[in-house]
Design a protein around this ligand. Structure first.
Ligand code: C5P
Length: 220
């Protein structure tokens, strides 16, 4: 049976998560936050005492293949323990970016990601949803925003949680992460050839959601 998938890819802090989860909610579809899987993998590896280096690729991929991860009501559990907050730090993002360059780790997470494609449909966000994981998806969106906008949004998020940060250092960190994600040989961050480009630098969340839903309706 044909189960529709809507892919939303884009760089760090472009608002993919907010957009994708809201679109999934409106459509009544499942939601895959693929970045969370890389974040959890990195956390599991660090907790197992593994440095996130190529020499440990096989060991980290082994952990990824049988990751005891569960998504429950917006929370992410690793081995039954809530790691929703632990995986959202800047360091966890950078660590995710490190493990995500290892091809065996990406392969190890394939089946888990494909398993999210269930009826009535899926909205998936990440870097390679449209290019590698769901290449036959009927709709792919590539979401961008200027680096300045993204740094400002991330800054607001952190400050609202009481986590100190400066816009400049956040901008540097996200540009470093974009550079690593875009330049890796395996599944680099890039728009799928058949993706629709959405620059949300000057759009509200609601405007972005409305645009994607309008495109989606136009496809049916
Ligand atoms: O989207 P998020 O910031 O949570 O992703 C964390 C990191 O995981 C990214 O910087 C990227 O290196 C990696 N990632 C990936 N492929 C995906 C999703 C995330 O390589 N599909």
């Amino acid at each position: 049976q044909d189960i529709p998938v809507l892919c939303i890819d884009g760089p760090t802090a472009s608002g993919k998560g907010t957009l994708a989860s809201e679109v999934a909610h409106r459509l009544g579809y499942h939601y895959l936050d693929s970045g969370a899987l890389y974040r959890v993998t990195a956390l599991a590896a660090r907790r197992a005492g593994l440095d996130l280096v190529p020499a440990n690729e096989a060991a980290i991929a082994g952990l990824a293949r049988s990751l005891p991860v569960r998504f429950s009501q917006g929370h992410i559990l690793l081995g039954g323990i809530d790691v929703s907050e632990a995986i959202r730090t800047e360091e966890a993002g950078m660590n995710a970016s490190r493990v995500s360059t290892l091809p065996a780790v990406r392969t190890a997470l394939l089946a888990l990601q494909h398993g999210f494609r269930r009826l009535p449909g899926l909205v998936a966000d990440g870097r390679d949803m449209g290019t590698v994981i769901f290449p036959a998806a009927p709709m792919k969106v590539y979401l961008t925003a200027s680096a300045g906008q993204r740094a400002e949004r991330r800054h607001k998020q952190l400050i609202s949680k009481g986590i100190p940060a400066t816009i400049d250092s956040l901008r540097q960190a996200l540009e470093a992460r974009d550079a690593r994600d875009s330049s890796r040989p395996v599944a680099p961050l890039k728009p799928a050839a058949d993706s629709l480009l959405l620059d949300n630098s000057s759009l509200s969340i609601e405007e972005s959601v409305a645009q994607v839903l309008q495109w989606w309706d136009a496809r049916q």
